[in-house]
Design a protein around this ligand. Structure first.
Ligand code: FES
Length: 357
């Protein structure tokens, strides 16, 4: 620990380093330290800690080191006692290991800080450094060696060899471009569509049971829904999962396409239009759908328009109806791509607008 006391100390006042703490009351003249508590605590440009405060600080540091020791033992015991296997046991193990290690490191660091700040003498220490630039004769020597090497290699004289060498190196520069192919096939139009199609039933996520519109009749109710036949198809569900919300008719605003609802039941894509997290937190009183990833908030009563957060577009609405048995079904796929933006999205939306027109 240093403090700006006086960086221009005369030679005889510059302190010499000593290893360890000078013995109490002993000969501490190597640092010019006071021999007793009565002597001044600033001596020859070196500031010594107040002896009374230093004794207290020593006890605090010792206590912190003791805490670090106990936490370190707790870490080892936790490692043996809490075995992993399932999620619950792994969580318990992580909690015990993480908290004991954090306490051990924090206590150790705090003890060292107390030691350095309260117990060690303070003085300005100047570290001399040599100039960074090489000497002129060294630079001349390097230049001479380089030119001599270039001359001896014949790189400039042997045209054929030089050109074939450059030719040989060229493909290596292109290798990263070839490896880009490993990023996978281009998505084609797959990002524009989901598996939803006319007549496909809406199934409750988890139970995989179809939903009768008559049974989903409590305003404010919300369900997470998957397409029939794709209940366990993770690739399909990544784009096709829905949230289904039941409203009172008077709650619906102009943003909702009423032709795509049934009995004030509205279906929106559950995939956040920011970067694709599942947006499934619903606040019944405000009709807000909240995405937990970056807090984008959508107004479900108004076409899931964005009311807050980084998402740039509403959650797409899926046209729904009922079949002859009263079960909720899709009337078609979404008319715009679901989820986050991608570079061809503008084309896809223009295409959808064209179809609508
Ligand atoms: S993914 Fe939903 S707010 Fe970012």
């Amino acid at each position: 620990m240093t403090e700006n006391i006086d960086t221009n100390l005369p030679e005889e006042r510059v302190p010499r380093r000593v290893i360890g703490t000078p013995p109490p009351g002993g000969d501490s003249s190597s640092l010019g330290a006071p021999a007793s508590a009565e002597e001044p605590i600033v001596h020859e440009g070196v500031k010594f800690p107040d002896p009374v405060k230093a004794r207290k600080a020593e006890k605090v540091a010792a206590l912190l080191f003791l805490v670090a020791f106990l936490a370190g033992i707790a870490f080892i015991v936790s490692y043996v006692a809490f075995q992993v296997g399932d999620i619950d046991r792994t969580q318990t193990s992580n909690l015990a290991l993480g908290s004991s290690l954090a306490i051990a490191l924090l206590a150790l660091a705090a003890g060292l800080v107390v030691w350095a700040r309260q117990l060690m003498p303070k003085y300005a220490l100047v570290q001399e450094r040599h100039p960074m630039a090489s000497r002129a004769e060294v630079r001349e020597e390097v230049e001479k060696t380089f030119l001599q090497g270039a001359e001896e290699s014949g790189f400039l004289r042997h045209k054929l060899m030089r050109r074939t060498l450059l030719l040989a190196a060229a493909p290596l520069g292109l290798l990263p471009l070839v490896m880009l192919k490993d990023l996978g096939p281009l998505p084609g139009t797959s990002l524009r569509h989901t598996v939803w199609k006319k007549g496909m039933r809406l199934m409750v996520e988890g139970t995989n049971q179809p939903i009768r519109a008559a049974d989903f009749n409590s305003p404010g109710g919300i369900l997470s829904v998957v397409p029939q036949g794709h209940e366990n198809d993770l690739n399909a569900l990544a784009k096709a999962t829905l949230i289904l919300i039941k409203f009172r008719p008077e709650e619906l605003k102009s943003g909702v396409n009423l032709n795509w609802t049934h009995d004030s039941i509205v279906a929106y894509s559950k995939i956040c239009t920011h970067v694709g997290c599942p947006a499934a937190l619903y606040e019944q009183t405000t009709h807000h759908i909240l995405c937990p990833c970056h807090q984008s908030t959508f107004d479900a009563a108004d076409g899931a328009k964005v009311v807050f957060g980084p998402a740039a577009r509403p959650l797409p609405q899926l046209p729904i109806g009922v079949d002859s048995e009263g079960y909720l079904i899709a009337q078609s796929d979404f008319n715009v791509p679901v989820g986050p933006s991608f570079w061809e999205r503008g084309d896809a939306e223009a295409e959808a607008r064209g179809q609508k027109a």
